[in-house]
Design a protein around this ligand. Structure first.
Ligand code: NAP
Ligand code: GCO
Length: 264
């Protein structure tokens, strides 16, 4: 019998106050997991807590910056003491800076790498000992189209998400023998606050050119919604994926498979 149940599991979803992280946490909770999340600012944690309350989910929120190793270690120790050993880590927290490369300050580049790549390393490093002790674990990294493709203005983000793809394969390689599966979800263009500037209506009410570009570039002919990531997340968090390791599951409406519309 295929087992998608997460009953009794503890899941830490980083940056899960809204958007993709919240939808993934909701899905894991519906499958039976206890949800813990963190954000770097208290106001975002509070926002998340009220979102979970509205959804009827009993989540525990921490203010913790994923780039601060001591703080992450302390959070994981507290979760292990008060909730239980973490079975599932979703490295979702991330930022993007859209700045042409020649104008980008090195500090901005480093900050994106720090949050989007070093953060997942720090969080995975903190939970792996507990997973080894428990004899199993699931780590899901949130990658991007930019793990495969480049585009103007996102040099730091693409470098981080490309690196995260290889961190995924490396964790698989290093810890697969401990029954730890590390896979990634590569969302396509998803309608969240992070992508809102790319979907803003023009003064005349027409679509933003980037919005039209993404719709024409995506075989599904639409942006994704955070809900589109719920099923893939439950699959990768559950026993149903126990022999799936080191994979990047692109959930992109077909974008990466498609060469683009031919000229009319
Ligand atoms: P988002 O706006 O990227 O969400 C960011 C969340 O991460 C917030 O809760 C934020 O809270 C938290 N965060 C940021 N920096 C942090 C830090 N240093 N430590 C801890 N938490 C931190 O929302 P999203 O669009 O749902 O994206 C979620 C993930 O999916 C990101 O990794 C993003 O790159 C990825 N992604 C998004 C899309 C898309 O189209 N939207 C597509 C592919 C991949 P604080 O500000 O309080 O820290
Ligand atoms: C951008 C977008 C992307 C998406 C996403 C694609 O500016 O191109 O923000 O980076 O957020 O990561 O998968």
């Amino acid at each position: 019998m295929v087992n998608f149940s997460l009953d009794g599991k503890v899941a830490l979803v980083t940056g899960a106050a809204y958007g993709i992280g919240l939808a993934i946490a909701q899905a894991l909770s519906e499958a039976g997991a206890k949800i813990v999340f963190n954000c770097s600012r208290q106001e975002t944690v509070d926002r998340g807590m009220s979102a979970y309350k509205n959804l009827g989910i009993d989540a525990k929120g921490y203010r913790c910056d994923v780039t601060d190793e001591a703080a992450v270690k302390a959070m994981v120790a507290d979760i292990e003491a008060t909730v239980g050993t973490i079975d599932i880590l979703v490295n979702n927290a991330g930022i993007i800076k859209r700045i042409p490369m020649e104008d980008m300050a090195v500090e901005d580049f480093r900050r994106v790498i720090d949050i989007d790549l070093v953060g997942p390393f720090i969080c995975a490093k903190a939970v792996i000992p507990g997973m080894i002790r428990k004899g199993h674990g699931k780590i899901i990294n949130i990658c991007s189209m930019m793990s495969e493709l480049g585009r103007e203005t996102v040099s730091a983000y693409a470098s981080a998400k490309g690196g995260l793809k290889m961190l995924t394969r490396n964790i698989c390689s290093e810890y697969g023998a401990h029954n730890i599966q590390c896979n990634a979800i590569g969302p396509g263009y998803i309608a969240t606050e992070q992508t809102a500037p790319l979907r803003e209506r023009q003064p005349d009410g027409s679509r933003h050119p980037f919005d039209s570009f993404i719709i024409s570039r995506t075989p599904a002919a639409r942006w994704g919604n955070p809900e589109d990531l719920m099923g893939p997340a439950v699959f990768l968090a559950s026993d149903a994926s126990d022999f799936v390791n080191g994979q990047i599951l692109y959930v992109d409406g077909g974008l990466l498979a498609y060469i683009g519309k031919q000229p009319q």
